[in-house]
Structures are given as structure tokens and as C-alpha cells.
Design a protein around this ligand. Structure first.
Ligand code: HEM
Length: 396
């Protein structure tokens, strides 16, 4: 009898998935695993099957459902605080569409000059500060936080407050009561902020939503607060981690860094490849099967949970040649680091642009940048549901 793998698994090498992923993908690609709460779920590990699961509405994203496979203890929120990420059809489409217009490529292009300005200011501050400096504190966290704050109309002065709570939400070992209190605190903060915008809605994302939803007759403060919460958290933590990890990856692969330095036109390809290479949101793309369905020859029954392993899919040799190499010329755009199907990341155009501007500017302005610690000593986020770095000492 084979022993059951327990999830979530921890990465042992900072640049590779947990070692068991390959074994699962090659020997038993859709297999049952144990979850922290003692229940079981299927993991789906091949690129094609992961896309099938994430693109089929027979797999529900309803994280509130009692049978949903949870990696950290969940708790029910009132129905009007649900957000798109946990909705299915027919509710999901309209909820996503309500803010989709704020994240189009055109909208993002309009933000480019301001994002460039923010990145330049942060690099000025890094260069004016002590050596070594912490890239996380000086650049990785402030850039996406400042951008999402300005978009939403959230005062950046409050970043200490929401970043502290976000860390609690993302760490796997946060006690359930503390997790609940963190959610409550950010939710209340958002709700008060939105209340203050109601009398005279400003021209920011939250203000525009108030106007639009009122016109449609669907405005609910609690519901907009939940959306604001989702965008605030999803908008800074993910991109911040990719800035830190991408910087380490380029510094550790000087041949790849040289390609980017020689031809900044390649930075976007590098960004795609780094998204694939790290897949920072991995087992969090979970689903609940709501109708019997066969995937990759395996029958999955209604009521069973599924973890669509993005990181395994992104290292599947059937989809990517020499998948463990960092190769910015490979053309990695079919990766699933932003998910796939109806819930595919709403903020992906923003994330791509932020990463492109950061890497272009950082390596142009600080060509002598180097790590000020060995990779083995870096504090990687092995205890979190979104992978990344807590600190990144650099010098120049
Ligand atoms: C959804 C990853 C940046 C907002 C997702 C999903 C993934 C993901 C994997 C799919 C979740 C699922 O299927 O269950 C990432 C990564 C990012 C990033 C790797 C950065 C490198 C952002 C940013 C924002 C954002 C900057 C917003 C400003 C969202 C939202 C959803 C989502 C709202 C839910 C979409 C839906 O349910 O329709 N993201 N994300 N993300 N992301 Fe991102």
C-alpha cells in the first residue's frame, strides 16, 4: 500500500517545487492526499489536467462550502461579504465584470508613468539608505502597495496596519482566532473608509464603484468593502513576492540577467518565465467537485475536493521543455501562475506591468546590485500560502 501524501508540502529548494510533486506527476498524476484537517482531496498535477479543472464549472470555487478542501481553517462570512474569488456562475460573472473595466490593458497603460515614478522614488530611497539594504522593505512591498492604494483610494499611510494583518492571513500557522480577528480588522477598516467616501464619491476605484453600483441599485457597503479587501490584499502581497524572488533568480542566473540588460524588450518574457518558475500561488487554486466528472482518466465524484497544483503544472515537461531551467526565451505564456479559466487573475495586467517596470529600472539604475547574503540564509516564506521572501538583503 502506498502512503498518502500530506498537503500542503514545503519547498525544500527555494527554486523548485516540493520534491514529491514530480513523483506524483509522473507516477500517479491524479491522486488522493491528506489535508491538515484530516480530510482527503485529489491533487491534479499535470498541466493539461490542471487547466481542465480550473476551466470547468463542475468544479466550484465556493470556499465557504463545508466540503471545500481547506489548507488553513476557514470560517463562514455573511453572504453579502462574498467576493468573486469564491463565487460560481451565475454570480461570479457580474461580480467580476463590475471591476473588470478598472484592470484592462488600456487602463494599466494609463498608469504606467505613475508606476514608473513610484519605482524611481523607491530606488532613490534604496540608494540613499544604508548598505546593505532590505529590498523587501525598500522596494518589493512599497511599490505594489502604493500602486494599489492609489488605485483604490486607500491612504498609503495605513500600510503598516494592513500589511501586518495580511501576513497573518497568509501564514499557515496563524491560530484561527487571530486569523478571524485580522479579517475583521481589515474588513472594518475598509467599511469605514468606504463610508467616508459615500457623501461625495471621489474619482478612485472605490468611489467610482459607489457611483456605478448606486446607479444600478445594487450598492451595498459590506459587499464593496469585501471587494476592496480582496483587491488590497491580492494587489500587494503577490506582486511584492514576485519582485523579491525575481530579483534573486536574475542575480543567481547571470546569463539570463545579461539577456535582459542587453535588451530591455525581453523583460516581459523574463517576467512570464519568472511567474512560471516560482508559481507563488500554488495549492491555493483549490476547487470542490459538484458533479461527477472524469479528468485524465480518473473519476472525481461530486462532493470531493481538488487541489489544482499550479506549480506542478508549470514544471510539467509535457508543457515546458527542460522545465527546471530558468529560460526567459522559452515563451512561457501558457503557464498557469495566474490560474486559468473564469477565475484567472483579474490583476494580471497590473502585476505584469509592475514587474516589468521594476526589473527594467532596478537593473538599469543599479547595475552592480548583488545579494548581501547567501541564498541558503535568505528567509523564504516556507510557512505561507503565497511563496516569497520576508527580507532580501542587497548591496551595490
Ligand atoms: C485571482 C495569482 C496579482 C487580484 C488569482 C488567481 C491566481 C492569482 C493564481 C486564481 C485563483 C483561483 O483560481 O482560485 C496572482 C499572482 C499575482 C497576482 C501570481 C502577482 C504576481 C494580482 C493583483 C491583483 C489581483 C495585482 C489586483 C490588484 C486578483 C483577483 C482574483 C485573482 C481579484 C480573483 C479573480 C476571480 O475570482 O475572478 N490571482 N495574482 N492579483 N487575483 Fe491575482
Amino acid at each position: 500500500m502506498t502512503t498518502l501524501h500530506e498537503f500542503p508540502m514545503t519547498r525544500t529548494c527555494p527554486f523548485a517545487p516540493p520534491t514529491a510533486y514530480e513523483e506524483i506527476r509522473e507516477k500517479d498524476p491524479i491522486t488522493r492526499v491528506g489535508l491538515p484537517d484530516g480530510r482527503q482531496a485529489w491533487v491534479v498535477s499535470r498541466h493539461e489536467d490542471v487547466r481542465t479543472v480550473l476551466n470547468d464549472r463542475r468544479f466550484s470555487a465556493d470556499r465557504q462550502h463545508p466540503d471545500f478542501p481547506q489548507l488553513v481553517p476557514g470560517f463562514r462570512r455573511p453572504d453579502d461579504e462574498r467576493t468573486m474569488i469564491t463565487m460560481d456562475a451565475p454570480d461570479h460573472g457580474p461580480a467580476r465584470k463590475a471591476v473588470l473595466g478598472e484592470f484592462t490593458v488600456r487602463r494599466m497603460e494609463a498608469l504606467r508613468p505613475r508606476i514608473q515614478e513610484i519605482v524611481d522614488e523607491r530606488i532613490d530611497a534604496l540608494l540613499a539608505g544604508p548598505r546593505p539594504g532590505d529590498l523587501v522593505e525598500m522596494l518589493s512591498l512599497p511599490v505594489p502597495s502604493l500602486v494599489i492604494c492609489e488605485m483604490l483610494g486607500v491612504p498609503y499611510a495605513d500600510h503598516g496596519f494592513f500589511q501586518t494583518h495580511t501576513v497573518k492571513l497568509i501564514k499557515r500557522d496563524t491560530p484561527p482566532e487571530e486569523r478571524r480577528a485580522a479579517v475583521e480588522a481589515v474588513r472594518e477598516y475598509m467599511s469605514d473608509l468606504i463610508a467616508g467616501k459615500e457623501a461625495n464619491p471621489p474619482d478612485d476605484l472605490l468611489g467610482r464603484q459607489i457611483v456605478k453600483l448606486r446607479e444600478e441599485g445594487t450598492y451595498r457597503r459590506a459587499s464593496l468593502a469585501a471587494t476592496g479587501f480582496l483587491l488590497l490584499v491580492a494587489g500587494h502581497e503577490t506582486t511584492a513576492n514576485m519582485i523579491s524572488l525575481g530579483t534573486v533568480a536574475l542575480l543567481e542566473n547571470p546569463d539570463q540577467l545579461a539577456l535582459v540588460k542587453d535588451d530591455p524588450g525581453k523583460t516581459l518574457d523574463a517576467v512570464e518565465e519568472m511567474l512560471r518558475y516560482f508559481t507563488i500561488v500554488d495549492a491555493a487554486t483549490a476547487r470542490l467537485c459538484v458533479e461527477d466528472i472524469e479528468v485524465g482518466g480518473q473519476l472525481i465524484r461530486a462532493g470531493e475536493g481538488v487541489l489544482a497544483l499550479g506549480y506542478s503544472a508549470n514544471r510539467d515537461p509535457r508543457a515546458f521543455e527542460n522545465p527546471d531551467d530558468l529560460d526567459i526565451d522559452r515563451g512561457a505564456r501558457h503557464h498557469v501562475a495566474f490560474g486559468f479559466g473564469p477565475h484567472q487573475c483579474l490583476g494580471q495586467n497590473l502585476a505584469r506591468m509592475e514587474l516589468q517596470i521594476v526589473f527594467d529600472t532596478l537593473f538599469r539604475r543599479v547595475p552592480s546590485l548583488e545579494l548581501a547574503a547567501s541564498v541558503d540564509d535568505l528567509p523564504f516564506k516556507d510557512d505561507a500560502n503565497i511563496y516569497g521572501l520576508y527580507r532580501l538583503p542587497v548591496t551595490w
